[in-house]
Design a protein around this ligand. Sequence first.
Ligand code: URA
Length: 187
Amino acid sequence: MPTLSEIAVEASTCTRCRLADNRTNVVFGMGNPQADLMFVGEGPGAEEDRQGLPFVGRSGQLLDRLMRQEIGLTREHCYVANVIRCRPPGNRDPLPDEIEACSPYLEAQLELVAPRVVVTLGNFATRRLLHTSEGISRLRGRSYPFRGGHLVPTYHPAAALRGGGEIVAEMRADFVRAKRLLAGAAP
Ligand code: URA
């Protein structure tokens, strides 16, 4: 099995889907390759595409804040990735074949980092990893067994930025759930 950095080098020239045509940078993922906690988002936006790093725009600022305030960690302690690694034009939703084309990278990240707790941010990550078409508001509020550990679904931070205090409060509760599971609490 190649290392995460070897796979990132391979991904940096990926042409597996049409999103390669318009990207500035492939946003592979970042953080501690031995992290116990991994966040999975949707895909890069404009700022992520520019910098080549996940969650560096406004959503990322909220993610960092909730991570620090509710879990007591910074992203250097965690691993952060997305369902897709290249920005869709105009920030449209990723298409099923794009998600499929990018899935070997996410699979490799999940396998190599092998986190004990995965927090999925929003519909795309949650549906992909739980193999469901159910929406996030019905799926969140509990954890799910996942690859010998736990998966905690929550809203995408962009939804919280749009939706305001109630969504943020639910995200906080989900982050606390992730923290308890990290500490070994029963689900
Ligand atoms: N939104 C995402 O889902 N991922 C990012 O990396 C940035 C914004």
